[in-house]
Every structure is written in structure tokens, then in C-alpha cells.
Write a protein that binds this ligand. Structure first.
Ligand code: NDP
Length: 306
């Protein structure tokens, strides 16, 4: 039984160091290092080359190093026998909550606008209780974001697939609840997982259901957003602006129109980033559970796609 780290686009060495520190005796390989494919039972991964898992006939677990698993599930060749797991981490959740609060406060108090305009001309602003914040997705991250905003004095509502009860947050669910959720939302935050149902959900039709002047924050995945629909709705004045942390192509290409758009605020996918030192223990705990034939933690339902 061995672990294989398949980590493209990120430095695998920090993960190797963190794993070795936690589990010095684990047999660990780093893709594409040469090894016997039969040996690999547990893969730790971020953005693997599509189809690669099929090379390992004894693969039992595919562990995402992040909260999202869309990078795994989007591969049509994932072996059906393998369990998929994700990371749930307190620091990751806190980082997302504080980051979204910072974006919301920046938006309502016009902090970046004053800075970029370099003019002494105070702009009018809304008080916290005048904003209706709507959080799409009330999972680990969305719920924490909603509660943090609510405890800071915002009116908050949330939308999820199944019914939820969260103190201080008005909740809506399912397709039927979407219109009511959107109709009063002045700042819309996307924290949905990327699935076949949520792909391109931030589109013109949805934006039109928001009140005029609504603001969009996307900290989930770039594929949630139909980019030209956002540009059209901003240029028409229906939306007042957007803060985007995630993009269909990352890094966002230099020539992309978002960079120069005065109403779009860009951050380079930094809302909450997994710290290897903080999450390796849960990955290795699951590896030990696999070895001991015990149930694994944070398993994702393949049928649900998240
Ligand atoms: P969870 O799986 O814990 O929660 C997902 C939530 O979305 C649930 O409330 C779920 O509803 C809801 N949902 C899923 N599908 C639908 C649908 N079709 N209609 C309505 N609601 C739906 O995810 P997390 O909160 O942990 O993470 C969310 C996403 O955030 C990740 O998938 C990832 O893409 C992104 N992310 C971004 C980061 C960044 O740095 N920008 C960092 C980390 C994550 P229900 O509760 O009913 O199942």
C-alpha cells in the first residue's frame, strides 16, 4: 500500500515535507516518479492529468487537498470503485469568512473606489442593516460566511439544495426558493460547489432577478459565472459591480477584459488556501483508516458531485 501525490500547478515539495513530517514511514511517491502502479492505493491530488487514475488498478481513495472536488469529478475516467474525499478545515473556513467580510465591507464603504479615484470626494454609502446579503450554498463555507456576516450586523439570507435552519439567517432552498431568495438580495455571494447543476448558474437570467444595483461576489469557481453576461449586466447598469476571486482560466490572462473593467475587483484565487501543515493530518488519518479498513472521513457523494 502506497500513497501517490499528483499535484500539478502547485509545488508538490511542501506537501511531501508535510506528509513526511506527519508519517515518516509512509511509502510516498510523487507523480510522475517511476513506481509500480499496483502499489498505489491512495492518491492525494490537485488538478491531476485527466485519465491518470486508470493507471492504478488497486486505487481505493482519491483525496482532494482542497475543499472542492470538481477537479476530480470532472474527469470522466475516474475509477468507479474509488472513494473521493475532500478537506474540511477550521482555518480554511475562517479564512473564507474573513475574506468575504472584507470584500463586503470594502464594497459598502467604497474603500477601493476612494483609493483608485484619488479624489477627495466622499461617496454616499449604505449602513450594514440596509444591505441584504444572499449566500448561495450553505455548506461548510457558505454557512460560516453567512453566520459571520449576520453576527456583524448584516441582514443575511442563504440558498441551498435542501432545507436548512440557521439562526439569524433567512433560508431558501431548491429551484422553487431561488426567485424569492434573489428578489431582495443586494450583495450576492456564490459559495456553491461546481457541479453539472451549478455550472454557469451566475448568468443573465439570474442577474435579472436581482434588484437593480446588486453586487456579485464569486469566491467559488470561475465556471459558475457566464463572463459575457456579467459584462453586459454591468455595462447596462443593472449590476453595480463584482468581486471575483476565481476564473474560468487561472491565472486570469493579461488581455482579459475583466482586468480593465472599472466595476470589477479581482483577487488571484486567495479567498482561502489550504495550508498543507494544517490538513495533512486528516489526509494521513484517512490513509490509516483505509489500511485498517475503517470508515473514512469527509467522503464525497459521487452522485451528488460534491
Ligand atoms: P459544501 O459541499 O460543504 O456545501 C455546498 C453547499 O452548496 C451546500 O449547502 C449545498 O446544499 C449547496 N448546493 C449544492 N448544489 C446546489 C444546487 N444545485 N442548488 C442549491 N444549492 C446547492 O461546500 P463548501 O462550503 O465546503 O465549499 C463550497 C465551494 O467553495 C467549493 O466547492 C469550492 O469550489 C469553493 N472554494 C473556493 C475557495 C477559494 O479560495 N476561492 C477555497 C475553498 C473552496 P445542501 O446543503 O442542501 O447539500
Amino acid at each position: 500500500m502506497s500513497v501517490l501525490l499528483i499535484c500539478t500547478g502547485r509545488d508538490p515539495q511542501v506537501w511531501v515535507n508535510a506528509i513526511r513530517e506527519q508519517q515518516p514511514n509512509v511509502k510516498l511517491y510523487v507523480y510522475p516518479e517511476v513506481h509500480d502502479p499496483q502499489e498505489i492505493t491512495f492518491v492525494v491530488t490537485w488538478k491531476h492529468p485527466k485519465g491518470v487514475f486508470n493507471r492504478y488498478p488497486n486505487l481505493e481513495v482519491i483525496a482532494s487537498i482542497g475543499a472542492g472536488v470538481d477537479h476530480i469529478i470532472s474527469d470522466p475516467e475516474i475509477p468507479k470503485r474509488a472513494l473521493i474525499t475532500r478537506v474540511i478545515d477550521e482555518q480554511l473556513t475562517k479564512d473564507m469568512s474573513t475574506f468575504v467580510l472584507a470584500l463586503v465591507l470594502d464594497k459598502i464603504r467604497n474603500v477601493s473606489i476612494h483609493h483608485s479615484e484619488k479624489k477627495w470626494s466622499p461617496l454616499p454609502y449604505h449602513t450594514l442593516d440596509e444591505e441584504n446579503i444572499g449566500v448561495m450554498g450553505l455548506g461548510v463555507l457558505g454557512k460560516a460566511v453567512a453566520l459571520n456576516l449576520s453576527s456583524n450586523g448584516f441582514k443575511v439570507s442563504g440558498w441551498s439544495k435542501s432545507r436548512k435552519h440557521i439562526d439569524g439567517v433567512s433560508t431558501y432552498h431548491g429551484e422553487k426558493g431561488l426567485n424569492d431568495f434573489l428578489k431582495d438580495t443586494s450583495i450576492l455571494i456564490c459559495l456553491l460547489p461546481l457541479t453539472s447543476e451549478t455550472d454557469s448558474i451566475l448568468n443573465k437570467e439570474l442577474f435579472e432577478k436581482l434588484p437593480k444595483g446588486a453586487y456579485i461576489i464569486n469566491v467559488a469557481r470561475g465556471e459558475h459565472l457566464v463572463e459575457h453576461d456579467l459584462l453586459e449586466m454591468l455595462d447596462k447598469g443593472h449590476l453595480s459591480g463584482a468581486s471575483l476571486d476565481v476564473f474560468r482560466t487561472e491565472p486570469l490572462p493579461e488581455e482579459h477584459p475583466f482586468w480593465k473593467h472599472p466595476k470589477i475587483h479581482i483577487t488571484p484565487h486567495i479567498a482561502s488556501v489550504t495550508d498543507p501543515k494544517k490538513v495533512v493530518h486528516q489526509l494521513m488519518e484517512n490513509y490509516m483508516h483505509l489500511k485498517n479498513r475503517e470508515p473514512l472521513k469527509n467522503v464525497v457523494e459521487l452522485k451528488k458531485e460534491y
